[in-house]
Design a protein around this ligand. Structure first.
Ligand SMILES: [Zn+2]
Length: 300
C-alpha cells in the first residue's frame, strides 16, 4: 500500500523566477525505498546468541533483536542451557543490536494480576536499561500469549510489540534451505515486513542440527539488501508508525527542495529518519528526513 502524501507545489504568482510545481512526493513504504523489510529476532537469551549468532550478523553488517528474560540472565544452574550474561548484553547493544524485553521470568502474562504483570514488565526494563543504558521500546510476549490487558500494558511507552513471527529452527520447525528461501521470496514479492523467531542454536527448543543452513540464509538475505531493508524490530516498527502518522509538504524553491513534516507521535520515543520519494523537474530522488525536524532543505 502506497500512501499518498499531501504535495504542495508553490506556483510563482508574478515572477517566473521563484518556484515551480513539485510533481510528486510520498513517504516510501520502507527506508530508502526498499521493497520489503526483515527483522531477525532471537528469543530467550541462550549463550549461543552471543557466541554464534551475533558474530555472524556482525560479519554481514546486519543488526538483530534479542528478547531477554532478565531473571535467567547469568544463571549458572542451567548446565544444559547456558545463558547470556548482562555484560554480553551490553556488548551486543554497543555493537548496534537491539536488546529488548521478553518479560522478567517468561511467565504466561495472561495468568497474572495487573500488579504482577507490571512487575514482570518494569523489572525487566529496569534491568536491561541498567545493563545497556537503553530502555527497551519494544516487547515480545512469552509464549506469544496476550489478552487485552497484557497488550495494553506491554504497549505503554513502546513503539511496538511482536504480534506475528516466522519460526525458524530445525528440531521443531524443520526449516530447510528451500523453506527459508521461499519465505524470503514471499516477503519481497508481497512487499511485507517479515519478522523471524529463532531460539537456541545448539540446545533448547527448536535448535539447529546444521547451523550452516541458517548462516547461508543470512548470507542470501544480506545479498538482497537492494530490495530488503534489514534492521532491528524497533527500527522497522518505528519507521512504519512514523510513516502512518507523518504528513509532508514538499516545496520547490529557487535552488532547493524543502520537505516540511508534521508528525503527531512522541519524538522522545520515535527516532527513525523517514525516506521521501520526490519527483522534481522529471527527476525522482530518495531523500532522508527527520519527521520531527521542521522544514529541511535539499539541493536541487
Ligand atoms: Zn520465549
Amino acid at each position: 500500500m502506497n500512501i499518498r502524501i499531501f504535495v504542495m507545489g508553490l506556483i510563482a504568482l508574478s515572477s517566473a523566477a521563484a518556484c515551480s510545481v513539485v510533481e510528486d512526493a510520498r513517504i516510501t513504504e520502507f527506508r530508502d525505498g526498499k521493497k520489503a523489510a526483515v527483522s531477525l529476532t532471537f528469543d530467550d537469551g541462550p549463550l549461543d546468541h552471543y557466541t554464534m549468532v551475533a558474530p555472524h550478523l556482525d560479519s554481514l553488517g546486519i543488526r538483530g533483536t534479542f528478547w531477554i528474560v532478565g531473571y535467567e540472565i547469568g544463571r549458572e544452574d542451567y548446565n544444559t542451557f547456558p545463558r547470556l550474561t548482562w555484560e554480553m548484553c551490553r556488548e551486543m547493544s554497543d555493537r548496534g543490536h537491539e536488546i529488548s524485553s521478553h518479560s522478567w521470568t517468561h511467565a504466561n502474562l495472561t495468568t497474572l494480576s495487573e500488579e504482577e504483570l507490571r512487575e514482570e514488565v518494569t523489572r525487566n526494563d529496569d534491568a536491561i536499561e541498567a545493563a545497556t543504558g537503553k530502555r527497551p521500546i519494544t516487547f515480545c510476549y512469552p509464549y506469544n500469549a496476550r489478552n487485552e490487558l497484557v497488550a495494553r500494558i506491554c504497549h505503554e511507552g513502546r513503539v511496538g510489540t511482536r504480534d506475528f513471527q516466522e519460526s525458524q529452527g530445525q528440531a521443531n520447525t524443520h526449516s530447510t534451505p528451500e523453506s527459508l528461501r521461499a519465505w524470503l521470496d514471499k516477503v519481497i514479492a508481497n512487499g511485507e515486513w517479515g519478522v523471524t523467531m529463532t531460539h537456541g542454536m545448539q540446545y533448547g527448543w527448536d535448535c539447529w542440527e546444521d547451523p550452516n543452513v541458517l548462516w547461508d540464509f543470512y548470507k542470501d538475505l544480506a545479498s538482497r539488501q537492494d530490495e530488503v531493508w534489514i534492521d532491528t524490530f524497533a527500527a522497522v516498527t518505528s519507521y512504519m508508525q512514523e510513516r502512518e502518522h507523518c504528513r509532508i509538504v514538499v516545496r520547490k524553491y529557487h535552488k532547493c527542495i524543502g520537505i516540511k513534516p508534521e508528525c503527531d507521535l512522541d519524538p522522545a520515543l520515535y527516532r527513525e529518519p523517514l525516506t521521501a520519494e520526490v519527483t522534481v523537474d522529471g527527476r525522482t530522488r530518495l531523500l532522508s528526513f527527520d519527521p520531527f525536524g521542521g522544514e529541511q532543505y535539499f539541493e536541487l
